[in-house]
Design a protein around this ligand. Structure first.
Ligand SMILES: NC(=O)c1ccc[n+]([C@@H]2O[C@H](COP(=O)([O-])OP(=O)(O)OC[C@H]3O[C@@H](n4cnc5c(N)ncnc54)[C@H](O)[C@@H]3O)[C@@H](O)[C@H]2O)c1
Length: 267
């Protein structure tokens, strides 16, 4: 029997799981009978959020590479398997007035990009043992279009999208679907410093529930390597990348990338 789709018997891990999107997703997964572990920074508040949702709690700072592995081991030891991982922990960096705050830039990269890489590396063996599964990365619209007020965030999220697209073919060959969800602004704690500006301008922001629906759909039916835009009034739609021009040979023909440089599924 396979549990790689959401339902009773399947096990999901959500990083940054006690935040706005994490809680909304956890509630939906629990309704569907999924066993859920929320991984987040250690606090009484975070532990009780998990308990109130009927979820397990694992202490995790996603920037700690070894801790990512330990959490996956903990989930497998307690629940026997791991079917889906939501790499959702994230911070914004828009609290500096400097033109380029390099410390802030690196901090965002550490959490929002390297946290995704470490989380993926930690989860892979467990997903393989489960016979396949899903990795859903919470990127952002800021990963697909520049964010002038927060370049570190844009770079981290753009990097996360590029990572998902680059990893997808080889993971698909292992039965693991990796996708990115790219929400516009949504009503969670992360927008606390700028919420008033949206309200003043009458600018629509997503609910956490709308984003959770997209995250769940990405597990249930996501296409490998897809980046799903989520915007108010639009819902979740795959972003269509334009691609880049191919190299041309001396005779003007389209050059084909050497077979050895392509993933097995594309040879
Ligand atoms: N709310 C938005 O407007 C919006 C839009 C696009 C993308 N996102 C992304 O969605 C994800 C979830 O954010 P949210 O909106 O629910 O905000 P949130 O602040 O409510 O949740 C973020 C969670 O990540 C956790 N976290 C932060 N640093 C961590 C670390 N080092 N290790 C482990 N956990 C850590 C926090 O404790 C928190 O629970 C983030 O990756 C964020 O960048 C948010």
């Amino acid at each position: 029997m396979t549990h790689t789709t959401p339902g009773p018997g399947s096990v999901a891990l959500i990083t940054g799981g006690t935040g706005g999107f994490g809680r909304a997703l956890a509630a939906r997964l629990r309704e569907g009978g999924v066993t859920v572990v929320l991984a987040d920074l250690d606090s009484e508040r975070n532990r009780s959020v998990a308990a109130d949702l009927g979820c397990g709690f694992a202490v995790l700072d996603v920037t700690d590479r070894a801790a990512n592995r330990a959490v996956v081991e903990q989930v497998e030891a307690e629940h026997g398997r791991l079917d889906a991982v939501f790499l959702n922990a994230g911070i914004a960096g828009f609290d500096s007035d400097e033109l380029l705050d390099v410390d802030g830039f690196l901090r965002v990269l550490d959490v929002d990009l390297l946290g995704v890489v470490y989380g993926t590396a930690a989860a892979l063996p467990a997903l393989q043992r489960a016979g396949g599964g899903a990795i859903v990365v919470t990127a952002s619209l800021a990963g697909l279009s520049p964010m002038a007020t927060d370049p570190g965030y844009s770079v981290a999220k753009g990097g996360a999208v590029a990572f998902v697209r680059s990893m997808a073919p080889r993971l698909a060959a292992e039965g693991i679907t990796v996708t990115a969800v790219c929400p516009g602004f949504a009503d969670t704690a992360i927008i606390d410093p700028i919420r008033a500006e949206f309200q003043k301008a009458g600018f629509p922001v997503l609910t956490a529930g709308e984003v959770a629906d997209a995250m769940l759909a990405a597990w249930a039916s996501g296409e490998p390597g897809a980046a799903y835009i989520v915007q108010p009034g639009i819902g979740a739609v795959p972003y269509r990348f334009k691609g880049v021009p191919s190299a041309r040979t001396a005779t003007g023909e389209t050059a084909v990338v050497p077979e050895a440089l392509r993933p097995p599924s594309m040879r």
